[in-house]
Design a protein around this ligand. Structure first.
Ligand SMILES: [Zn+2]
Length: 122
């Protein structure tokens, strides 16, 4: 199944490189999607699917708002969303999805895998 799609809906000057929706990855610049970025987005695919999609987006948005208030800027808030922390902590491990546990974004059982995961990104 083709998962990567080119779209012009993401602005040229946007900070957003890719958006993952319902198992598909959308980007303005497919040539910038290397295997690690794709792995990051596929981790989001898994997170979305296991939460049956809509709850993922609600939780993501609420977490972003809370962390936007807590950290005072959107970039720190974004990097500290539980879904992003799991994806950034594991996107260089191309086999991560083979061994990922259900609801991995909320697990703290493997300190090696989640090195730094407990600490907020700064
Ligand atoms: Zn992400």
């Amino acid at each position: 199944m083709k998962r990567l799609h080119k779209t012009r809906l993401i602005g040229k000057d946007s900070n957003i490189l890719a958006i993952t929706l319902f198992g598909h990855v959308f980007t303005r610049y497919p040539e910038r999607i290397n295997k690690y970025v794709m792995n990051h987005e596929l981790i989001h695919c898994r997170q979305q699917r296991e939460l049956l999609y809509l709850p993922f987006f609600i939780i993501y948005g609420v977490e972003w708002l809370i962390k936007r208030f807590k950290y005072g800027n959107w970039q720190l808030a974004y990097r500290n969303i539980s879904f992003e922390k799991e994806a950034y902590a594991n996107d260089r491990d191309l086999h991560y999805l083979n061994s990922r546990h259900l609801f991995g974004q909320w697990r703290r059982s493997n300190p090696l895998r989640y090195g730094g995961h407990r600490q907020p990104f700064r």
